[in-house]
Design a protein around this ligand. Structure first.
Ligand code: MGD
Ligand code: MGD
Ligand code: SF4
Ligand code: MO
Length: 761
């Protein structure tokens, strides 16, 4: 099948532009100074909007949205349209840094030879003394597939450690668990354009408007065609304001809600019996379980009105084609995998798979959050989503890599378990690239102790992040515009970044740094890559015949087709935009139901901590904010964190808009201004997490992990709030009312269709 082009008008100017020569069309008079337009994609979220970087005199000077890319059709969000400003930023790291005299000495300028030789020597010394696994590799999914692939191979082949993992552990691991348990393939089931074919879209735990901004244009087009919208989120997010049913559930109760909706669907005969019989296993047990979740019981658990649950179930159950979208709201929980499974159960029971507009999918977060979870940088994984403990997978990858099977390490610690292993001194060195855990990991005070305690901590970044500040050696790497390589978007579409400029100063392209280090570790023959394309060709081979099969994807085909959806098993295969049209990903081709009882979150409110704290994102910042906090417009729009608090709760606590509030949990406390709103449950507080040091909400969050996939419960912990006795140090000269004024309107928009503001129980 082909991907829907949507109903956008195409930009004529862009179409006449010769992308290959990089020549601008003659009639673009006002752009005379631009030398080249380099087609690429945004470096931020998983939507991966197409853009051109404008290059003049060897520098990136601006951005132009790509009208010819079928997903964004000429649109970019505030982050995309300012991303280019990070390339020439004055804060760029332009030479290596190193502490020469222990932890208390300053980071000083050093040469590449000095830092890389030191790293190689110290790794070997520590490994000789404490074993190979004393070194860990911690990488990230904002990097291309080529780099993610390289990191897994670097860990196993160059360093010889079993401990390799990445920041996707904090992001996509619940989704992976649910996809693998229910459907058998860890990828979104549908291309985004499938929204245009849906009669009902159910968004649970995803802030689509702020986190996947450009996809909302598909949502609005679907709405124009009569598609219903259900939103379940403890906060009334931008898209929730226009929803047909808005379910402001209590954080951590998603599986109860989903079981309750399925209960109603079964009772009313809205299940798809043919689909269940022919394409699934295990329905009886799930049906028996949801019997125990009548709307009245679920309403109490979730803090909702029972009628709203029934209404949502009817709306979803009666649609001919319905889509469920989840994201971290449902997944950042100690029951995150189970929650995803209950969402899949609902879609399976109603036959919503394998057709246009029918599916369940997690909205993948990071730019390469999809490819990054397939390329073998994960603790338990080899490239192509292969299993590091599976004898056949091991043998195949060893044959491609040319190593002996006994030299391939077994599975190691996921990123979240590396922290306790560092505290136990089982891990004594860490090579980190493309992650900023001093903002992103829960329970920051413990994380800081672990990282400070390392014998050798190396960070590769292009800005000095909160984490790089703690490193013994900082390596200046490259931004996306300085390298080429592929990325796999939230649709499962493999696309390509193209190189626009060279890294500044002595900064180097990431993969060259890693290959150079591999050589110095004596393993150069396994890292004899001369281009990103060389790496891509090897990774294609590694994925051949695997679930995420890239074998048939080439750089040329990506350019010709505007991306290729995996699996793509041969060069004449067009790729696979929609999964599960005929089979699910298990050997018998059938999907699997799993009965999931509701289990409460790890921490529930009590007398001392009577509120629920939840955390997440705002449109203006990206993840740890290391990039977006340096972008003037984005910084201005959201300069520091705030506490969203319902007006009833604020009144009870005698807190007014703009008052400084101290929020505390069992792990720590922080102070930020109150934003008094009606768009959040009265029992819930929300703090955006994009800030570091004393502005980091992860000082407060609960490090409890999902038992299988080890993702932290960022979305629920017990908290209390009081009016602060004084402002924090960072806030002495701040006029907080500017922020309040800027944010306020976002929370005060009227509900569509004159619906009353929802009542909470
Ligand atoms: N602007 C922006 N966009 C981004 C990113 C970014 O940092 N900034 N990051 C990208 C990445 S890596 C990711 S992972 C995605 C994340 O995308 P999302 O998951 O959409 O973003 P979050 O803000 O983490 O959480 C989503 C929603 O979950 C709600 N929520 C909290 N607790 C619960 C709960 O218990 N149940 C339910 N159902 N909902 C709950 C929150 O109120 C919030 O509105 O965004 C991607 N896009
Ligand atoms: N409380 C709370 N905490 C959360 C979340 C939440 O919702 N609430 N969300 C979690 C989620 S979903 C995620 S994805 C994580 C993200 O957490 P992190 O991965 O720690 O955050 P990033 O900002 O992506 O960190 C990437 C770092 O690498 C750098 N970088 C980016 N691209 C490249 C590259 O190509 N090469 C190199 N060398 N460096 C690069 C950036 O400058 C940045 O410093 O945070 C998690 N933490
Ligand atoms: S929606 Fe995502 S990919 Fe598109 S411009 Fe915004 S941040 Fe970039
Ligand atoms: Mo994420």
């Amino acid at each position: 099948m082909s991907v829907d082009k949507g109903i956008f008008r195409r930009n004529k100017q862009a179409e006449t532009f010769d992308f290959h020569s990089g020549q601008r069309p003659a009639h673009w008079k006002s752009e005379e100074q631009i030398d080249r337009y380099v087609p690429t994609h945004c470096c931020y979220c998983g939507v991966q909007c197409g853009m051109y970087l404008k290059v003049a005199n060897g520098k990136v000077v601006g951005v132009e949205p790509r009208a010819d890319f079928p997903l964004n059709h000429g649109m970019l969000c505030p982050k995309g349209s300012t991303a280019y400003q990070t390339v020439n930023h004055p804060d760029r790291l332009t030479y290596p840094l190193m502490r020469r005299n222990g932890k208390d000495s300053p980071l000083e300028r050093a040469s590449w030879d000095e830092v890389l030789d030191t790293i190689a020597r110290r790794f070997r010394e520590l490994q000789a003394q404490y074993g190979n696994d004393t070194v860990s590799i911690y990488s990230g999914s904002s990097m291309t597939n080529e780099k993610c692939y390289l990191m897994g191979k670097f860990a196993r082949v160059a360093v010889g450690t079993r401990h390799t993992d990445y920041n996707g552990r904090l992001c996509m691991s619940s989704a992976t668990g649910a996809n693998e348990r229910s459907l058998g393939i860890d990828r979104a089931a549908n291309p985004i354009s499938d929204m245009l074919h849906a009669d009902c879209i159910f968004v649970i735990g995803a802030n689509v408007g702020e986190c996947f901004p450009i996809t909302t244009s598909y949502l609005w087009q679907a709405r124009d065609r009569g598609c219903k919208l259900i939103v379940a989120d403890p906060r009334q997010t931008p898209i929730a304001r226009t929803a047909d049913v808005y379910l402001p559930l209590r954080s951590g109760t998603d599986s109860a809600l989903l079981n309750g909706m399925l209960h109603v669907i079964v009772k009313e005969g809205l299940i798809d019996e043919d689909f269940i019989r022919e394409r699934t296993n295990g329905w009886e047990e799930t049906m028996a379980l949801v019997e125990q979740y009548p709307p009245e019981r679920v309403a109490k658990v979730c803090g909702l009105r029972p009628e709203a649950i029934v209404e949502a179930a009817h709306m979803y159950g009666r649609a001919n084609a319905a889509l469920i979208y989840t994201a971290r709201g449902l997944e950042h929980q100690s029951k995150g995998v189970d929650n995803g499974v209950t969402a899949a159960n609902l879609a399976l029971a109603t036959g919503n798979f394998g057709r246009p507009g029918a599916g369940y999918g997690t909205l993948t977060g990071q730019g390469n959050g999809q490819g990054g979870r397939e390329m073998g940088q994960k603790a338990s994984q080899l490239p192509g989503e292969r299993d590091v403990e599976d004898p056949e997978d091991r043998a195949y990858i060893c044959s491609v890599w040319g190593i002996d099977e006994k030299d391939l390490p077994h599975s190691g610690y996921p990123a979240t378990l590396m922290i306790p292993a560092m505290l136990r001194q089982e891990i004594r060195a860490c090579f980190m690239i493309c992650s900023n855990p001093m903002v992103s990991l829960p329970d920051q005070h413990t994380v800081e102790r672990a990282l400070r305690g390392l014998d050798l901590f190396v960070v590769t970044d292009f800005f000095l992040s909160e984490t790089a500040e703690l490193a013994d050696i900082v390596l200046p790497g490259s931004v996306w515009a300085e390298d080429e390589g592929t990325v796999t978007s939230l649709e499962g579409r493999v696309i390509k970044y193209n190189k626009a400029v060279e890294p500044p100063g002595e900064a180097r392209v990431d993969w060259e740094i890693v290959c150079d280090l591999a050589r110095r570790l004596g393993k150069g023959q396994y890292f004899d890559f001369h281009s990103a394309r060389d790496i891509f060709n090897e990774l294609r081979k590694c994925t051949k015949g695997a679930k995420s099969d890239y074998w048939g994807i080439t750089y040329e085909k990506i350019a010709e087709q505007n991306g290729v959806f995996w699996p793509c098993p041969s060069e004449d295969h067009p790729g696979t935009p929609r999964l599960y049209e005929k089979r699910f990903g298990f050997p018998d081709g059938k999907a699997r139901f799993h009965p999931i009882p509701y289990i409460p979150p790890a921490e529930e409110p009590n007398a001392e901590y009577p509120l629920v704290l939840t955390t997440g994102r705002v449109i203006y910042h990206y993840l740890s904010g290391n990039q977006t906090r340096r972008t003037p417009f984005l910084k201005e729009m959201a300069p520091y964190p705030w506490v969203e608090i319902h007006e009833l709760t604020a009144a009870r606590l005698e807190i007014n808009d703009g008052d400084w509030v101290t929020v505390s949990t069992r792990r720590g406390e922080m102070t930020a201004p109150a934003l008094v709103v009606r768009s959040i449950r009265p029992d819930t507080l929300f703090i955006p997490y994009h800030y570091g040091h004393t502005q980091a909400v992860n000082q407060l969050t609960n490090p409890v992990l999902e038992p299988m996939l080890k993702i932290p419960e960022y979305k629920v912990c017990a908290a209390k709030a009081v009016r602060a006795s004084q402002r924090p140090d960072w806030a002495k000269d701040i006029d907080v009312h500017e922020l309040i004024e800027a944010r306020k309107h976002r929370h005060e928009l009227p509900m569509a269709q004159n619906k009353p503001v929802p009542t909470f129980r």
